[in-house]
Design a protein around this ligand. Sequence first.
Ligand code: NAD
Length: 481
Amino acid sequence: MAERIDIDGVSVSPDHFIGNRRVSSPRTFETRCPFDWDRKLADVALGDADTAKQAVAAATEAFPAWAALSAKERAAYLNRLSDLIEENKEKLALVECLDMAMLLESLQLRVISRAALNFRNYADLAVEHEERVWSSKGTLNRVIRMPAGPALIITPWNAPFMLSTWKCAPALAAGNTVILKPAEWSPLSASMLGDLIDEAGFPPGVFNIVQGGAEIGNALTSDPGIKRISFTGSVPTARVIGRNAAENIVPFTAELGGKSALLVFEDADIDAAAKKAAGQYDDSGQVCMAGSRVIVQESVKDEFLERFNHYADQHVLGDSMDPATTVSAMIHPTHVERVLGFIERARERGDEIVRGGKRWKEGQNWVEPTLIMPRDNNSEVVQSEIFGPVLTFQTFASEEDGVALANSTQYGLSGIVYTGNAERAERVGRQVRGGTVWVNTFLVRDLTAPFGGIGISGIGREGGDYALDFHSDLKTLQILE
Ligand code: NAD
């Protein structure tokens, strides 16, 4: 067991959490603070095939007893964990901020509480949806949710705590044991979850956390002991995981990248739409659902751009602990280089960089909020997810053209539409390709609604009883009445 680390007064374990014990690895990897890159936060255990075996063994051993509990009994554990997350909100917010650079204020005010709510919500939903019973054709019918087995949850580096809890809660509530593998660039808040799982009294092996990257990821996704794989991350990794899942015939959900349109009609509240568009630079654009393609009706182009620039000018780049900051640092220098590469290639092909386009300060992890007017719709900056503070700007003449532009990528995670016309809201809302489409708003979520992507944005749906279905083997039992 490695020594615990003190991060600004918060004690964090750099180890795995398997069977409610801390387990170290011979090798480690570094995690650094994105907005203070010289600051190393921890050397974290680098999991391998052996770690994967230990975690699967612990989750397999714990499964029968956890699965045998009623949804109500499991809910008591989830609710305790939810309370502990709330009680430890300040500590979790601080560590997540230092490790991932999400703005401290937003973590304190919203994000950590939403993570707590994920457990509470699934505690209730699993009780509500435990069984369906009805009579038909002279038989009593029951749909029984049978827990599937150990579930593997793999998460990306952006919004690590919120996403981990969003994905682990339904698995646990459905009666599966869990192995969570967070991403290497922001591993620390998930490690803190291990302490809270222990404190909440979960039986050993029910909820395990392993650290590392592709090596342990491959070992886990190939292990026949894993009965569900729930992945959030990039398209290339999904392809690898999907092949391993296919080998073992294991159900697999994938929440992947996006390149969502923010479609603005001339009848919209242009000021509100422009403000929302400038808000897409929040978290340095490292948001899967970001409306990164701004598509505006030609007739209001000038008015929109004037208001957009007004709001974009107000952004403050800086330290994520500072309440004045609105644009956080990007996660890692490698990612900064990747984003700058997109901008450079766009410049070379003749796309017009109308705002930003450079690293903010030499040697640091910010890219200026950037707006690009592409020469045409085939530009890489229009067609590929950049996952940085880079928006494209295009215009359209008719509603039909606007919708066609919005739907012209391989992605389909979400969409944002601004219009003042209720009929158009319904019509265009239905036509825009995306698992979630918001009209005149953004990121409002009801946790019982399905969430997922179309096309290369993903497979399957999370949220509500959709995630409970995924984590269960549904059985129909019919008894002659
Ligand atoms: P990534 O695919 O590089 O990594 C995601 C996770 O997969 C990490 O935990 C990583 O360690 C793990 N991994 C890598 N190789 C693996 C392998 N061979 N086997 C098993 N696991 C492996 O993605 P990322 O860069 O961490 O995250 C950014 C991406 O995530 C973006 O595309 C973003 O849009 C997407 N994302 C999607 C959603 C959504 O809900 N749709 C939410 C957040 C992020």
